[in-house]
Design a binder for this molecule. Sequence first.
Ligand SMILES: [Zn+2]
Ligand SMILES: [Zn+2]
Length: 345
Amino acid sequence: MTLMNAVVFPAFGPPDVFRAVRVDRPEPGPGEALVRIHAAGICYHDVLSRAGRIPRDRPGQILGHEISGVVEAVGVDVPAGRVGERVVIYQRLYCGRCANCLAGRQDLCRNSRVLGEQGGGGYAEYCCVPERNLITVPDVVDLDSAALAVCPVGTSIRALVGVAEGKAGDTVLVTGAGGGLGLHQIQLARALHMRVIAVTSSPEKVEAIRAAGAHEVVVSTDGAFSAEVWRLTGKEGVNVVLENVVSTTLGESLRSCAARAAVVILGNVEARPVSLDPGLVIGRRLRICGSGNATYGDVRLALHLMATGAVKPFIHAALPFRDVGEGHRLMESRKTIGRVLLKGW
Ligand SMILES: [Zn+2]
Ligand SMILES: [Zn+2]
């Protein structure tokens, strides 16, 4: 058996719980491909997993679902020509047979898991996945950037285009605008000819938020931003809210909405229940929707928007895999501007 480097967390705990280990390198079986990992993004979901805050998670596994790399080897019935191909990995291992899969919504497969949830993820030198999970990266997109195609860029496309059905001319409110999701949502909304009002609690992130293309930036240290949004929209309100924060912002987001607005919940930063005012939801005919993993189509659109330069990935830092603990600490500090990538050993 060939060995490879990986980082695992033997128990739930703080960022320094990670351990660099040598484990068996997986071998591609029929229909599978082995990918040499170029970069893996650190998602806030990974932070919650490591801390033991995701129900049913178990410690010990190799986390990570934001993976770019190069095909190293393929199983017997996979075209040998794919070896050497630059790819991102579609993050969900799905059955391909259930009603949702057959409808092209592999992101909703009931018989599935996301890479890294029970191991086999991106915090390693290699990972092995079904060939159908490989998505080709256009030549003009570098593999650092490509690691962000599934999440955060694809996730943002799912929320704004797939779930909210945002369209040109809409006004979009982005909360937690300086975070990994927010900065990419701003660029995406701009690329789709929407007006963007960004809300942040961090004055030091305003410059990056403007650089991402926000038309208006509201710095709200006390959490009260709806009056300013109301003013900025001439008392019309916003058509779409991309809620990346939720626990401290949802009430004010709802108060910022135009009639029939879509409020998309993506973030679960504090992982706790929130209250809401039913009168407001009824009065304004609001649609409150959850959004999650990107579809294949979303990932392809993400790569296309990167290839055209419409979305330029924000990468805060690229750390060696062994420094994954430092990467998680950075994510928890909420001081990062864009994604933290793991790259190289
Ligand atoms: Zn992610
Ligand atoms: Zn399925």
